[in-house]
Design a protein around this ligand. Structure first.
Ligand SMILES: NC(=O)c1ccc[n+]([C@@H]2O[C@H](COP(=O)([O-])OP(=O)(O)OC[C@H]3O[C@@H](n4cnc5c(N)ncnc54)[C@H](OP(=O)(O)O)[C@@H]3O)[C@@H](O)[C@H]2O)c1
Length: 282
């Protein structure tokens, strides 16, 4: 059995991967309790101690809003860039494959722009900038592979789909209806499908000869279309109110489009097929 050292094992994707993969691999799950990624200097020791066959990093500072607070800049950069860079360096030194998870937010495009694996990066907020820097640091080493994903939802941790399901079941008392941003596009992706890609990459690394992959469900939608589909699948009939992203007060700018195109590996299911499977199996 291959031994996998998993950073971020208690996050939304990390928990999904651990749950799905723990019977096929010997996984050592690491959380903040084992190592604080604000201390990248401790990474080498923990990798040496466990001597894994593969290292996966599913940890990150993922709160896009709080990343904009200048008092957090340094910490965001340490967790999202310095630490992955150090993991990549140590893995390369010991000839261990390193799989690092990244984000569509390294891109920021206009309406319905689509980004391929080697499209130039142009993040529009602190989180995206820190993740882009993390990619650069990690990609210096040939043992690194980056799996970018987007608009994640799943069984574990808080996410957009869970919030919308809650709102549909507990609609606003003032009868205003659920609002959805209609002018920003992305690729909603089920953590289970990303976890399957990671398992494939662990089983068959030779099938992943490139350094960067887009692990996303197929298709591109606005948040309003996404909410409408959730509502329709669950049998709700109230219309969803379209609003522009401009009507939201937020510290972080978000891309008008960050749609990822997967041109390098077998396509994952379409976003609506996975969404339906996720919602109806719960
Ligand atoms: N969520 C999305 O929509 C989305 C979209 C695109 C890409 N991604 C990428 O996918 C990956 C997984 O995202 P996710 O949504 O699963 O994230 P998540 O649920 O926020 O989990 C991130 C994990 O990182 C850990 N972490 C944060 N700071 C740490 C520190 N200082 N030391 C140790 N551990 C620390 C957290 O630990 P605690 O549990 O202790 O806080 C948490 O378990 C990330 O690389 C993210 O950038 C996510």
């Amino acid at each position: 059995m291959k031994k996998i050292l998993l950073f971020g094992s208690q996050g939304m994707l990390g928990t999904q991967f651990f749950t799905d993969a723990c019977e096929s691999f010997f996984i050592i799950p690491l959380s903040r309790f084992h190592i604080d990624l604000l201390e990248p200097e401790k990474i080498e020791k923990i990798i040496e101690e466990h001597n894994p066959d593969i290292v996966i990093n599913a940890s990150a500072w993922t709160d896009v809003e709080s990343a904009e607070n200048p008092k957090n800049y340094e910490d965001v950069l340490t967790i999202n860039a310095k630490s992955p860079g150090e993991m990549a360096r140590v893995c390369h030194k010991r000839n261990i494959p390193f799989y690092h998870i990244s984000t569509d937010f390294v891109f920021s495009g206009a309406e319905k722009d689509v980004f391929e694996e080697n499209s130039p990066k142009n993040p529009c907020n602190v989180y995206g900038t820190s993740k882009a820097k993390g990619e650069e640091e990690a990609l210096q080493y040939q043992t690194t592979k980056i799996f970018r994903t987007a608009w994640l939802y799943g069984e574990y941790g808080h996410n957009f789909v869970q919030r919308i399901v809650h709102l549909l079941k507990n609609p606003p008392r003032n009868g205003s209806g659920i609002k959805g941003v209609c002018d920003q596009w992305g690729s909603p992706t089920w953590t289970k499908n990303v976890s399957e890609v990671l398992m494939q990459a662990c089983h068959f690394p030779e099938r992943f000869p490139e350094q960067v992959y887009h692990a996303v469900n197929e298709g591109a939608v606005s948040r309003r279309e996404w909410i409408e589909k959730i509502s329709q699948i669950l049998g709700f009939t109230k219309p969803i109110v379209s609003i522009s992203h401009n009507s939201f007060v937020s510290l972080a700018k978000r891309p008008n489009s960050s749609v990822l195109k997967n041109t390098r590996m077998p396509l994952l299911p379409s976003w609506d097929i996975s969404l339906k499977e996720y919602l109806l199996k719960k």
